[in-house]
Ligand binder design. Structure first.
Ligand SMILES: C[S@@+](CC[C@H](N)C(=O)[O-])C[C@H]1O[C@@H](n2cnc3c(N)ncnc32)[C@H](O)[C@@H]1O
Length: 221
């Protein structure tokens, strides 16, 4: 039995994913008045992300169930002990990552989120899931919070905050990624710069698109 598939986490995730399914951003009044072009522009913007995600602060915007299972499996199979997450939201992805750490025997997820109400909800969810002791929440813009007090080595990185910042966040953390470290980037199609970088082996990565919405990359030694 694993932490992921047993109580209290399994029923908690069932409920959180049900709520996430019911709260699609596409139908949200917060962005319903924006044209598809404007939404795409905001998703790709390196400057308007505070406004964009501020509008979406009541929505979970969670990874899919499949990506959640993938994160858990990758963290388990790699024996991850140190994980960094860009974009925590309500903590659905964080719960998967912390569950893997629990089943690996311990460790730390350093995660980031700038919306205070989301931090509060995530903290409640991580507490309900019995995993808060494995998670260090850094509140504020990850460009700042993930630029200091970094762990010596990072085994796994999840990129799921503002898509346009993926290259900048990767640059902050790159020197700490251990050879073989895994990077999961959700919806990386919105960051062509990021894809170009990780898909060029000269930059020190192997990378492949995976399923519909994930770019799966590995740091080369
Ligand atoms: C797609 S959601 C993350 C979903 C989460 N990983 C999950 O699966 O449950 C993106 C989150 O990143 C946050 N975010 C975006 N840019 C950020 C930044 N520069 N610093 C901190 N948080 C950021 C947003 O407020 C939003 O909650």
């Amino acid at each position: 039995m694993t932490t992921l598939t047993t109580a209290p986490l399994a029923p908690l995730l069932d409920r959180l994913f049900e709520e996430a399914d019911a709260a699609s951003p596409a139908t949200s009044p917060a962005i319903a008045n924006l044209s598809a072009e404007e939404r795409t522009r905001l998703m790709r913007s390196k400057t308007d992300y505070l406004d964009f995600y501020g509008r979406l602060k009541d929505l979970p915007l969670a990874i899919s169930r499949e990506t959640g299972a993938l994160l858990y499996m990758l963290a388990r199979s790699g024996g991850a002990r140190t994980i960094v997450e860009f974009g925590m939201s309500f903590g659905i992805s964080t719960l998967h990552l912390a569950a893997a750490l629990r089943d690996n025997g311990g460790g730390r997820v350093i995660t980031s989120e700038f919306e205070p109400s989301k931090v509060a909800r995530a903290r409640d969810n991580l507490t309900a899931g019995g995993l808060i002791d494995l998670v260090e929440i850094r509140e504020g813009d990850a460009l700042r919070t993930l630029s200091v007090d970094l762990p010596e080595t990072i085994d796994l990185l999840l990129l799921d905050g503002a898509k346009a910042l993926y290259p900048e966040i990767l640059s902050l953390l790159e020197s700490r990624l251990r050879p073989g470290a895994i990077i999961v980037a959700d919806n990386a199609d919105y960051s062509p710069d990021y894809l170009e970088r990780v898909r060029s082996p000269v930059n020190g990565y192997l990378s492949t698109p995976f399923a519909e919405d994930v770019e799966l990359s590995m740091r080369l030694g």
